[in-house]
Write a protein that binds this ligand. Structure first.
Ligand code: GRG
Length: 319
């Protein structure tokens, strides 16, 4: 696929994901209007929409049919809400104390700290309310409108498994666990163990990417544990590569393009993959992990052209 063709398709797909996300956002009304505004501000302010994109591409790769898209879409919006909440909380004064993200003021710096906390909480909870809306579209008889008809067993199994994955990968055995280890590592004297760093990256960053790809597969109808494990490993490689690239960009990236200041890791004396392994080794590891991820996809059945290009594009991303 030519780079230009890939970029055009990516733009189209990102616009489509954008529409899906917006269609699930809450109305800004009522006495709780401020928190709803802060939530919507946080999620509409920008972002690459990588996780919902990966979810949808994996769904197609695994043979998901058009008629099952209404089951997938609530999960696409939900995962972006969870990702956004994590950024909103990560930017808070008690965590990274950042005033800019995605080229715009962070949520707490616009709405105040208390509203920043509540907007993150709201997004996390609303993510599960949104994912559960899939129940309204799972009947065979009436896909377009809300229906009280019972959800057929085969769809119920898909939705339950998808909810399990979403909850676990976002929680204490996933992203929250990784963030905890990351925060504690910041105060640690002496160099971080390689295993410790990989734990942080796997849980803080890779876990949501794993959730995205695994949920796409589950909603498409994949039930074989072996296939899900392959996708989990593929997403692990992508997630670690993505985080290493994030650490690289903090050293050599362009703050205008990134929409946030660079050099923050050095300023905060934060140990990262780059400070532990050096720039050259880090770059080589991003390439190696991405190749491993693509090899896993190639070992599975299914058309993977765009998904493969998407993974490869992350290696060279500048933002
Ligand atoms: C607060 C529970 C909790 C978790 C926070 C996601 C996170 C954990 C912290 C944010 C900082 C960070 C470097 C996270 C690693 C993952 C990462 C690189 C996130 C940025 O994801 P992108 O590049 O962001 O997809 P956009 O803005 O494009 O959506």
């Amino acid at each position: 696929m030519e780079a230009r063709e890939f970029n055009e398709i990516l733009q189209d797909k990102t616009r489509m994901v954008e529409r899906i996300i917006r269609s699930f956002l809450p109305e800004e009304e009522g006495y709780q209007k401020t928190v709803l505004e802060a939530m919507n501000y946080s999620i509409t302010v920008g972002g690459k929409r990588l996780r919902p994109l990966l979810m949808e591409e994996t769904f197609h790769f695994c043979g998901g049919s058009e008629e099952n898209l209404p089951l997938l879409e609530p999960f696409m919006a939900a995962i972006e809400m969870i990702h956004t909440y994590s950024l909103v909380h990560d930017d808070l004064p008690a965590m990274d104390n950042d005033e800019y993200r995605r080229g715009k003021k962070t949520t707490w710096s616009v709405y105040g700290e208390a509203m920043g906390i509540l907007a993150g909480d709201g997004l996390l909870n609303y993510a599960f309310e949104t994912a559960l809306q899939a129940l309204e579209f799972c009947s065979d008889t009436d896909r377009e409108y809300f229906t009280t008809a019972p959800c057929p067993e085969y769809n119920m199994q898909r939705l339950t498994r998808a909810m399990q994955i979403l909850a676990k990968k976002a929680g204490i055995y996933g992203m929250i666990g990784g963030q905890t280890a990351d925060i504690e590592a910041e105060g640690q004297e002496g160099s971080l163990e390689k295993e410790q760093l990989l734990f942080i990256h796997e849980h803080k960053t890779a876990a949501l990417i794993q959730a995205a790809m695994m949920i796409g597969a589950v909603i498409a109808g994949v039930t074989q544990e072996e296939s899900l494990e392959k996708l989990e490993k593929c997403a692990y490689d992508i997630g670690i590569a993505f985080q290493i690239q994030d650490d690289i960009l903090d050293v050599v990236g362009d703050s205008g393009e990134l929409g946030k200041p660079v050099g923050s890791d050095e300023q905060n004396q934060k140990q990262t993959y780059v400070t532990v392994n050096g720039l050259e080794q880090s770059r080589a590891d991003v390439e190696r992990l991405t190749k491993e991820a693509v090899a896993i996809l190639d070992s599975m059945e299914g058309e993977n052209d765009f998904l493969k290009e998407l993974l490869l594009s992350l290696v060279h991303r500048q933002k």
